[in-house]
Design a protein around this ligand. Structure first.
Ligand code: SAM
Length: 244
């Protein structure tokens, strides 16, 4: 099986950070597990080593990295939820580099959650756990609602759907981070309307490009400022059928 590239200089230049040898080995193991798992279930189309490094590992970690966004103590016991984690992105790389954080990997597809369970035990990753369910239901459950310091969500729906899935799960003062490819000024208005109704404000929209293929990316940082009204998230399927 192919090896992932190390990219030490790019990690340093773009994130001011370098993985340890242990983390590099864990990234490689994760890659191998996903390539093997892809033979059983559809986990990802991104399978070439460099592409996997860039679009899964680097991209996952870039979203939590910007200096303008202060995530105090993210490495010290913060509760992070990845909504619609799929094969584990961006949540698994985040759990790997912050061993003292507590990462919950939520997905509504049982097979993906079962796959991630095998990854957690293969990597002996004990600061991450899985959660099977729909974000619309989990967001109404007492033990999850407004319980997380940070929510991350990538490739799950349009922006107001992502805001409705994530902001109810975040505590006041916490952050929801929406990972996006393209973003247009025209989308700002609908984002702001949705975020305001959900008890948040748009703190930062960051544009950047990926370091190998120079692809455009955006991350939207939503700060939770007040409690989300109990009417959100709405019932299963409604956020995507009738976005705020
Ligand atoms: N976040 C991963 C990534 O960027 O590689 C996976 C993205 S995949 C396109 C979308 C994932 O979201 C799927 O695994 C799907 O099962 C999950 N999903 C979609 N709607 C969901 C919901 N309402 N609640 C929980 N998970 C959901």
């Amino acid at each position: 099986m192919a090896n992932l590239p190390k990219m030490a200089e790019i990690w340093e230049k773009t994130l001011n950070w370098q993985p340890t040898n242990l983390q590099e080995n864990q990234f490689q193991q994760l890659y191998q597990l996903i390539i093997a798992g892809n033979r059983q279930i559809n986990l990802t189309r991104i399978t070439e080593p460099e592409e996997f490094w860039e679009k899964h590992l680097w991209d996952s970690l870039r979203g939590i990295a910007p200096k303008q966004i202060f995530i105090p103590g993210i490495d010290r016991g913060k509760r992070i939820i990845d909504i619609g984690t799929g094969a584990g992105f961006p949540g698994l790389p985040i759990a790997l580099i912050f061993p003292n954080s507590q990462v919950t990997l939520l997905d509504s597809t049982g097979k993906k959650i079962a796959f991630i369970e095998t990854v957690l035990s293969a990597l002996a990753l004990n600061n991450a756990k899985t959660l099977l369910g729909r974000a619309e239901e989990i967001g109404q459950q007492y033990e999850h609602r407004q319980n997380y310091d940070v929510a991350v969500i990538r490739a799950v729906g349009n922006v107001s759907v992502c805001a409705e899935y994530s902001l109810p799960l975040v505590r006041k003062g916490g952050l929801s981070i929406i990972y996006r490819g393209s973003w247009s000024e025209a989308e700002n208005e609908s984002l702001e309307t949705a975020v305001e109704q959900l008890g948040g404000v748009v703190e930062l929209i960051e544009e950047f490009s990926t370091p190998l293929s120079n692809s455009m990316r955006h991350c939207l940082y939503l700060r939770k400022v007040t409690n989300t009204p109990i009417s959100f998230p709405r019932g299963v399927g409604i956020p995507s059928q009738k976005p705020i």
